[in-house]
Design a protein around this ligand. Structure first.
Ligand SMILES: [Zn+2]
Ligand SMILES: [Zn+2]
Ligand SMILES: [Zn+2]
Length: 149
């Protein structure tokens, strides 16, 4: 279960201010299993947070991505979508993205094999480039069964 409290200490850890838009957006995304666009977030919070404008939503989402609390999925010319990053290994997943309808499929298949390969790749890249790698992101782009059919 994803619940409150999971992200609250992480927000503090960043020394970030505890603003209403930040907590409202994190709360919403941490309870949703969907990948939401800024407009979806704005639409969902509109009633409970009438003062929250779309510009603030965009700005806050980008800030939370930089803080590592959200994943941002951007592809093609479509709108970016956001999802909560739990940081747990059991929810580690990646995405299949349909270039035609924008559907996003979460998959967790082969994650064990993937993590082994990623670890090996990261170690080699760190050695070669002296670059400390903290995260990775894998997206496969293509056509979903509905759009193909
Ligand atoms: Zn599709
Ligand atoms: Zn996802
Ligand atoms: Zn991965």
């Amino acid at each position: 279960m994803r619940g409150p409290g999971k992200w609250q200490h992480r927000l503090h850890g960043h020394g970030a201010r505890w603003t209403a838009p930040r907590s409202a957006i994190l709360e919403l995304l941490s309870r949703s299993s969907k990948h939401m666009s800024a407009k979806d977030v704005y639409g969902s919070l509109n009633r409970t947070h009438p003062g929250l404008g779309l510009t603030t939503v965009y700005r806050t989402l980008d800030l939370l991505v930089r803080m590592g609390l959200l994943n941002k999925l951007s592809f093609g010319s479509g709108e970016s979508r956001y999802e909560f990053r739990s940081g747990d290994e059991e929810t580690h997943h990646h995405h299949l993205i349909c270039m035609q309808c924008g559907k996003i499929i979460d998959y967790t298949d082969f994650v064990d094999e993937e993590l082994k390969l990623i670890k090996k790749t990261e170690d080699a890249l760190t050695r070669k480039h002296g670059f400390k790698i903290t995260d990775h992101n894998i997206e496969f782009l293509g056509i979903c069964p509905e759009c193909k059919g």
